[in-house]
Design a protein around this ligand. Structure first.
Ligand code: SF4
Length: 395
C-alpha cells in the first residue's frame, strides 16, 4: 500500500452489503486509490468501474449503489456534511453521481466508514442501520409507501432521536423510488436531495428503503497538518462570511438571487419563450420572507452560510415543516410555467421532497407533457392554470 496518503481524512474502510445474500462485510480501501481518486465521487466511480461488467441493466441486482465521502467530510470544513451517491444511471446507462448536503455524509463517516457499497436485491423491503462500525439489515415493511419525511421521522423516533441536527441521519426513498421512477431521488436529513441519475430508483430496485447512520468515530487528521488545517478552516469561514455572495446567501438563501438574475435576463419564463416575468416583486426575498412565510435557519454540518431554512406550514393538507424552496425550485413552476400562487411556494417543493422525485425535471416534464399546450406556446389558459402542475405531482 505504501505511505502515499499519510494525512488522514479517511478511515480506509468501506462497508459492503450484499442484499441478495444478506451478507455484510468490512473491506479495506487501498490508500493509493484514495489518493488517486480524491473525494466521494472519485472513490465511488473507481469502485463502480472496477466492479461492474459492461452492459448491465441499471435495475439489475449486479448494479451497485455507492454512498461515499471525501477526505474533509465530517471535519470542521464548512459544508462538509456532503456525500456522493454513485451508480449506473437509469436514464443514460452511464454513471450517476448525485450529491446531497446536510449531515448524512458526516454521520456516515462517524459510523465508521468512508463508503457503503450496496449490491444485489433483497427479497423484501429492508433498511440498513449502521452504528459505530456495526451494520444490520432491518425489516422495512411498515415503511413501504411512506414519504421520505415520514420515513425519516419514524426512524429517528425508533432510534431515540427527534431533531435532525443531532444524532442520526437517514437517507430514504419515497414512493417514486419504490415505483422505480427513472429520475427518482434520495432524500436525506429531511430535505437534502441526491437528485440526479435515478439513484432513488436504484435503491428501490434493490428493495432498500433507507440507510440510517450514526456513531462516534472521528475523522483522522495527521498531527503535522493540524495547524494548517485549522488556519485554512478559519480563513474559509471568514472569506465566506465577508463575500457579497456569502452575505446574500446568509440573509436570504438562494431566493435572493431572483432579482439580480431577472434583471440580467437569465430567468427562463414560459418555457424559454421570454425572460420577462411580470410582477417580479413577488419573488423579492424581502417580500417572500416578510409576507408569505416565516423561516428558521437550519444550516448543514459545519456550514456558516445558514442558507438553508425551514418553513412551517401551519394548517391544511401540507401541514408540517419543510425546507424553504431554493431559487432553482421556483424557477420551474413559478417562472418557467409562469404560475404564481403563494401556497405553491411551499407546497410543490414539499410534495417533491416527500415523494422523492426531483423538482426540476419533474416540473419541466409536466410542462412539456401537458396535452393542452400543444404547439401553442402562448396558450394563456395553460399558463394560467395553477392546478395543472400540482395535479401532476399528486399523481
Ligand atoms: S447550508 Fe446551504 S451552503 Fe451550507 S452546506 Fe448546506 S446547502 Fe451548502
Amino acid at each position: 500500500m505504501g505511505n502515499r496518503f499519510p494525512a488522514g481524512g479517511y478511515l480506509e474502510k468501506i462497508l459492503r452489503v450484499d442484499l441478495t445474500e444478506r451478507r455484510i462485510i468490512d473491506e479495506t480501501v487501498c490508500a493509493d486509490v484514495l489518493h488517486q481518486f480524491i473525494g466521494g465521487t472519485g472513490l465511488g466511480i473507481r469502485l463502480l468501474y472496477d466492479e461492474l461488467k459492461p452492459g448491465i441493466d441499471p435495475y439489475s441486482p449486479e448494479n451497485r449503489v455507492i454512498f461515499a465521502t471525501g477526505p474533509v467530510t465530517g471535519t470542521m470544513v464548512p459544508g462538509s456534511g456532503t456525500y456522493s451517491v454513485i451508480s449506473k444511471n437509469t436514464l443514460t446507462g452511464l454513471v450517476a453521481a448525485a450529491q446531497a448536503n446536510g449531515f448524512f455524509g458526516a454521520r456516515l463517516k462517524y459510523s465508521g466508514y468512508d463508503a457503503v457499497v450496496v449490491q444485489g436485491r433483497s427479497d423484501r423491503p429492508v433498511y440498513l442501520h449502521i452504528c459505530d462500525g456495526k451494520a444490520e439489515l432491518e425489516d422495512a415493511s411498515d415503511l413501504v409507501g411512506k414519504d421520505t419525511f415520514e420515513t425519516d421521522m419514524l426512524l429517528h423516533r425508533k432510534y431515540g432521536e427527534d431533531g435532525v441536527e443531532h444524532g442520526i441521519s437517514v437517507a430514504a426513498i419515497g414512493p417514486a423510488g419504490e415505483n422505480l421512477v427513472r429520475y427518482a431521488c434520495i432524500v436525506s436529513d429531511r430535505g437534502h436531495v441526491a437528485s440526479s441519475g435515478g439513484v432513488g430508483a436504484i435503491m428501490g430496485s434493490k428493495n432498500l428503503k433507507a440507510i440510517v447512520v450514526r456513531g462516534k468515530h472521528g475523522v483522522p487528521i495527521h498531527s503535522s497538518n493540524v495547524k494548517s488545517y485549522l488556519e485554512n478552516v478559519k480563513q474559509w469561514v471568514e472569506e465566506a462570511k465577508s463575500s457579497s455572495m456569502g452575505k446574500l446567501v446568509s440573509n436570504y438563501g438562494s431566493i435572493g438571487f431572483f432579482v439580480p438574475y431577472h434583471s440580467r435576463g437569465w430567468v427562463p419564463v414560459k418555457n424559454l419563450t421570454t425572460n420577462i416575468f411580470a410582477g417580479e416583486e413577488v419573488f423579492e426575498a424581502e417580500y417572500i420572507r416578510g409576507r408569505l412565510h416565516h423561516v428558521q435557519p437550519r444550516s448543514c454540518h459545519g456550514c456558516t452560510f445558514y442558507h438553508c431554512h425551514t418553513v412551517e406550514v401551519a394548517k391544511g393538507t401540507y401541514k408540517g415543516v419543510v425546507g424553504e424552496s431554493q431559487h432553482v425550485l421556483r424557477s420551474v413552476p413559478q417562472k418557467r410555467l409562469s404560475l404564481f400562487n403563494r401556497k405553491h411556494f411551499t407546497q410543490r417543493p414539499r410534495l417533491c421532497k416527500w415523494r422523492a422525485f426531483p423538482f426540476y425535471p419533474g416540473g419541466i416534464g409536466k410542462s412539456y407533457g401537458n396535452p393542452n399546450r400543444g404547439n401553442n406556446c402562448s396558450c394563456e389558459s395553460f399558463w394560467a392554470s395553477q392546478e395543472v402542475l400540482s395535479a401532476g405531482f399528486l399523481k
